[in-house]
Design a protein around this ligand. Structure first.
Ligand code: GDP
Length: 200
């Protein structure tokens, strides 16, 4: 699959109604999720080699659209809104989490979830929740430790090992990769994993 061919398909206003906006539940979908500011837009742009496929530096906490990008007629990338902003009211947070859980559980074509986490602050509660939901729904997970260029090699190795240990209970259902959109670190490996998910 040539990820550089990704192009904008549709936006959905909120996750509760995502299924009304998405095309039929066939083919392959790969979702990207992460806390706001985790580096999700930058990673999508780096992986597709497009400067502005996904917007960067959005206003924190603002309700964001869910953007769907088409790789080819049968395959899509779904950019889920960033989670974990303190300003978001609890009721909305709960509603959002419920909708997200439903999407993960009900969407049959969902072939993988990339959970992006800033390598300096990995595995927050909502990250763990995302990973657990996906694994429970039998969807493979790629835990992407972003902005890896911000750490020295030794701290990076130490962090990756700690994350591996913390996620060991999930076995091979969760893969862990350090990644830098800035330097391109981890890109070939990540594209390899996404490519496998594209051919279930
Ligand atoms: P999003 O909210 O998850 O979509 O995050 P963005 O992609 O907008 O990135 C948030 C901030 O982190 C921005 O200031 C980016 O420039 C920065 N950032 C993202 N990826 C990297 C990276 O690989 N290395 C460095 N040094 N900064 C990054």
């Amino acid at each position: 699959i040539d990820f550089r061919k990704a192009k904008f398909l549709i936006s959905a206003p909120d996750i509760a109604h995502l299924d009304q906006y998405l095309p039929g539940d066939i083919g392959v979908e790969i979702a990207f999720a992460g806390r706001s500011n985790a580096g999700k837009s930058s990673a999508l742009n780096a992986l597709t080699e497009q400067k502005s496929l996904a917007r960067t530096s959005k206003t924190p906490g603002r309700t964001q659209l869910i953007n769907v990008f088409e790789l080819d007629a049968d395959r899509r990338l779904v950019d889920l809104p960033g989670y974990g902003f303190a300003q978001v009211p609890l009721a909305l947070k709960n509603k959002w989490q419920q909708a997200l859980g439903e999407y993960l559980q009900k969407r049959a074509c969902l072939s993988g979830v990339v959970v992006l986490m800033d390598i300096r602050h990995p595995l927050k509660d909502l990250d763990m929740q995302m990973i657990e939901w996906a694994v429970l729904s039998h969807i493979p997970v790629l835990a992407l430790l972003t902005k890896s260029d911000k750490l020295t090699q030794s701290v990076k190795t130490k962090t990756v090992n700690e994350v591996r240990k913390a996620l060991a209970e999930f076995g091979d259902k969760v893969q862990i990769e350090p990644f830098s959109s800035l330097k391109g670190t981890g890109k070939p490996k990540v594209l390899g994993i996404l490519n496998e998910w594209c051919h279930p």
